[in-house]
Design a protein around this ligand. Sequence first.
Ligand code: BG6
Length: 511
Amino acid sequence: MTQTTRPNPLRDPMDRRIPRIAGPCALVMFGVTGDLATKKLMPAIYDLANRGLLPPGFALVGFARRDWATEDFAEVVHNAVKANARTPFREEVWKQLSEGIRFVAGELDDDAAFDRLKQTIQELDEARGTGGNHAFYLSIPPGLFPAVVGQLRSHGMSETTTSSWSRVVIEKPFGHDLRSAQELNEVVSTAFPSSSVFRIDHYLGKETVQNLLALRFANQMFEPVWNNNYVDHVQITMAEDIGIGGRAGYFDGIGAARDVIQNHLLQLLALTAMEEPTSFEARQLRAEKQKVLAAARPPERLDLYTARGRYAAAWAGGEKVGGYLDEPRIPPDSTTETYAAIRVDIDNRRWAGVPFYLRTGKRMPRRVTEIALGFKQAPHLPFAKTDTAELGYNALVLRIQPDEGVTLRFGAKVPGTQMEIREVNMDFAYGGSFTESSPEAYERLILDVLLGDPPLFPQHEEVELSWQILDPILDYWASLGTPPEDYEAGTWGPASADEMLARDGFAWRRP
Ligand code: BG6
């Protein structure tokens, strides 16, 4: 037996004992009154501080069109932390964090406000030792990027020097189609070189998504079956039980495919289907993701292999739930989909002939994200037909959330005098195997921004390739001029989505 001499592509275990702590820096946040800032970003910053991963002099600067003083902003952060932080509230951590909080009030087109912002961060550089290292987090609609980016550039805040760095963090949606994504990228690149642009796809910050890399590339047993010799289809699901909540302004006109498939689900597809990168450095990882996204294509028959739906009023979970059109501020003639399913094919040796089915929806029966590889039937079953009547297909399911882990499904003998075979599950659960709790995706990603560690951030090329897959589908749906098919709130989506899989001899999983 030859022993492998290849270095382990995962981090050297010794490295893991040294916490990765960000150096002195300031985070400037635009969009501080938004949901994302208060529910995710502010709590994540506190959690990082609480875990000792932020430098003592860390500074957080809010910029918004509010008539607020720094104390008011600090209170907003305080309330957000108290309500949403993952780790316990500790007065001493909060005290240290709050000393670095500042607020600058102003409009995005107000030069004087950006002068004040510059002055504020320069003062912090002195007072807190942040040394000119600044990350600008644009948690704002992309339509506002040109204004902010232009201001940062003209006020000399976007430059990275030999002794300090300036980075910009942008949130999806990265455009609403290929063209607008390119335009957006041009705007951002007028001020920031691509190495300073951190595009957030928060799914990549999830532990279970990174575990996909561990599962595939730290083990020998999966790779031999990870191809079209053994796998006959792949299902990637992100289902949510909630509706659009108060997000009508954002969601209507965008829809489920742009909101989730273009980014989260195509990233999951890329990580599932890509070849092994030579290392997990950004350049290598991105190269593999790009290669597989370039080989992925939308279905030829868009009528048969795409489905879109919209939740309709129904009884769900014992209460009457309104339909999408009943949500506040949704126009009655809206054609936005709240459910989308598509088939993607990958034209390469590994995956030719294996359909990847992607689906996402709001108001589904439960919140669940998973990647399921379905395996071919054994070529020969030396049993009586009735013995295997309850044998489905073998499956490997990566449970991304909320019940984090991995399931292997296979057939086993039912105890008794007959050879009767039934499906069973073998489960790995994060909670049962590790005592450490999983950090929130935003903790990891914000820390990586501050550390300047780019592997978990998709590059513009990936964004473009994803739009190339989605654009024909969106154009096709728009050309129909009809609203999406209704599905009852609390169900697994429209009938056309079931028909889409049935056509290929498969059925959606009901996790
Ligand atoms: C966001 C989408 O990117 O992801 C939301 O814009 C969605 O519509 C959210 O609700 C889901 O994130 P998570 O981490 O709860 O699966």
